[in-house]
Each structure stands twice: as C-alpha cells, then as structure tokens.
Design a protein around this ligand. Sequence first.
Ligand code: SAM
Length: 258
Amino acid sequence: MHRARKRFGQNFLQDNGIIYSIVALINPGSDMHVIEIGPGLGALTLPLLNNLDHLDLLEIDRDLVAFWNEKSLEGLTVIEGDALKFDFLAWAQNRADKQGLCKVVGNLPYNISSPLLFHLVAAASHIDEQVFMLQAEVVERMVAKAGGSDFSRLSVMLQARYDMELVLEVPPEAFDPQPKVNSAVVRMIPRRDFALSNAQWSSLEKVVAAAFSQRRKMLRTNLSAFADRLSLTETELKARAQDISVDRYIEWAKVLAS
Ligand code: SAM
C-alpha cells in the first residue's frame, strides 16, 4: 500500500461525488489530448481514461510511476518527471499535429502551485484548457477582481493570459489524508485576444512586480522607477497596486516595451 508523501503534496481524492464532478468539468472526449499532472493512485486517471483514447500521465514519485507502469493499461503513457521542468509546449505542439483539443488537468501538489502556473504560461498558445484543483485561497487570488484585497500579482499575470473561473469548492474531507485548507477547482482558458510579444510580457512582469512590491504604498512610490515613461494620472499616483485593472497594467507594459 502506498503511503502518502508530504513532500510531494500527496492528498488523494476519495469522494466519488467530487471525483465525478471534476471529471465532468474536464469533459473528456475520445479525440482529446489530455495530460494529467500527478495521477497519484488514479482517482481521476481511471474515469478519465474510460472516456479517452489516450491519456498522458506526468508523475514525480517513482513508486507511483512503477505502480502505473505495472498496470500497463491500454491508451496510457506514463512520464516520470517534475512538472516544473516538463516542456508542456513541446508536448502540446506534438499532440496538436493531430485533431482534438489539448488539455492539462490535475489535482495539483499545493506546495508548487504558483511556480507551476507560471511555468505553464509558456505553453498557453498551444493549450485549449487547464482544469486544476488547488488550494481555495490560491484560486480566489487567481480570479480576484481589481479593487479587492485578494487582487495580487498572481491575479494580474494570470488574468492577462487566461479567462478563469472557480468552478467547484472542495472541502478537506474529500481527501485522504485531509489537507489543512479548503480546495477549489479552477478552469483556465487561454485568452483568444492575447497579443503580447515576449518583450511586452516581460515588461508586464516587471511593472506588476514593482507595483505590488509594497502593497500598502502608493504607486507614486512603487512605480517611481518607471514614472518618466508611464503617464500615470493623479488618481493613479495615489492609488495602490490592487486598485489598477489588468487592462491598465497591459497598457503600461506595452508602453515600457516600445
Ligand atoms: N490525482 C491524485 C488524486 O487526486 O488523488 C493525486 C493528487 S496529489 C494532491 C498530487 C500528485 O502530484 C501526487 O501524485 C504527487 O506525487 C504528484 N506530484 C507532486 N509533485 C510533482 C511534480 N513536481 N511533478 C509531477 N507530479 C508531482
């Protein structure tokens, strides 16, 4: 029997109702290309595989990789690796040669969720949808709107690249072992209107990081290094980072990159 490893963020789903709901949200279809990050013992894997011709698994825990390899299930490809280093763009480009949507899904290890979400941005041009279970507090920050206290660097950067929606709340009792926090499922669809160049994206990273560097300070202070290039209004100079819309940050990034 596999013992859950804390260092790999292993909390296994055990509530059939929740599992069913997540699989329904992923909505697997036979011609779809799906990669599941962290299959664990297969709570989502087996019902997904029932509805797909093919499923790729990406798992870091060697024991779990061996567990899946021993099963040698038809249609399953098991990749041993760290999701933080995996080339999702190459995976999607390879799959996109064929027909069908490309989806990245998983009940993610919570200890690496933010770096993993940023790592996946590099593949967004070739991904149709991501459906992830995460710590509820992280999902709330991802979907928060400007003006609210949850609106943060994560909100701006991810909303610049994806349309996102919190689609399901999941209590700790749905897992074994139970996490100490509430969880939630988020659906992320790369924005069709995304048009930033690499240089503009890195300007966005810089200006957003600077704006949020000291949350309580006004932008007059946090953005002083950019002041000569950005024409901030009087209201904006007195505003705080969480009061500025995603679109306005994008406008600033374009100016800085030009
Ligand atoms: N999908 C299973 C479920 O819902 O019961 C397991 C989810 S568990 C929260 C997270 C899974 O991600 C574990 O299987 C863990 O070994 C795996 N994992 C942790 N870190 C990883 C990484 N860096 N790359 C790939 N998989 C990872």
